[in-house]
Ligand binder design. Structure first.
Ligand code: FMN
Length: 199
């Protein structure tokens, strides 16, 4: 059996709650036999998309920054985990820049993410600070790029994994409900990968 690979993309500029939770998620996937790869925006230079449409003409992005480290990683992965901190009730500007800059990958191959399976993780400082909206923003990105969006299901993980960090690393580690939502999401992620990614 070919080992499947999961790509985790962290949208926090800090090594704190979001990166911790995403690392835990990738560890859970490794325990299930997957290979994993973590890409973080932390310390990276990733500019917002300029809508110059250079990519549509030239099949590459004009902005030669650290997004070029991410483009090749999409190629050989079966599953994606996008994790974002909550900024002003939604996703971080950093993860939004990553999403928008994938326009260049789509310019090369419109189906660059098609049929992959995706889950979302959101981490807010407040208990209800916009986690569900952020997950919906990630799910929207998945849907419009042909990624199969997966949650942990009803009774604990309706849209995916969402965490309350109380603005600290220690806070997120104490969030038992958050980890329950993550475990449920990982369980279904594995099921969907098994069912839809067997080629
Ligand atoms: C600009 C900014 C806006 C924020 N807005 C929210 C918010 O609307 N809701 C919320 O729950 N937390 C908000 N937070 C708090 C972060 O989501 C929280 O500290 C989170 O743990 C950050 O992730 P990190 O620990 O991975 O850096 C905000 C933080 C920043 C820097």
């Amino acid at each position: 059996m070919v080992t499947k690979t999961i790509l985790g993309i962290c949208g926090s500029p800090r090594k704190q709650a979001t990166e911790h939770v995403l690392t835990e998620a990738l560890n859970m996937m490794e325990e299930k036999g997957y290979e994993t790869e973590l890409f973080t925006v932390r310390g990276k230079d990733i500019s917002p998309c300029r809508n110059c449409d250079y990519c549509l003409r030239k099949k590459e992005c004009l902005l030669k920054d650290d997004m070029y480290q991410l483009y090749p990683l999409f190629k050989d992965v079966q599953g994606i985990i996008m994790a974002t901190p909550i900024y002003n009730g939604g996703i971080s500007a950093q993860i939004k820049a990553v999403m928008d800059r994938t326009r260049a990958a789509a310019a090369v191959d419109l189906d660059f993410l098609k049929h992959k399976v995706g889950i979302a993780i959101s981490v807010g400082g407040d208990r209800a600070g916009g986690q569900e909206l952020a997950i919906q923003q990630i799910m929207t990105f998945y849907i419009l790029n042909g990624v199969i969006p997966v949650s942990g299901g009803p009774f604990g993980s309706n849209l995916g994994a969402n965490f309350w960090s109380q603005d600290t690393l220690e806070g997120v580690k104490e969030d038992e409900e958050g980890f329950r939502s993550l475990k449920k999401t990982i369980k279904r992620f594995d099921e969907f990968l098994e069912k839809y990614q067997n080629e």
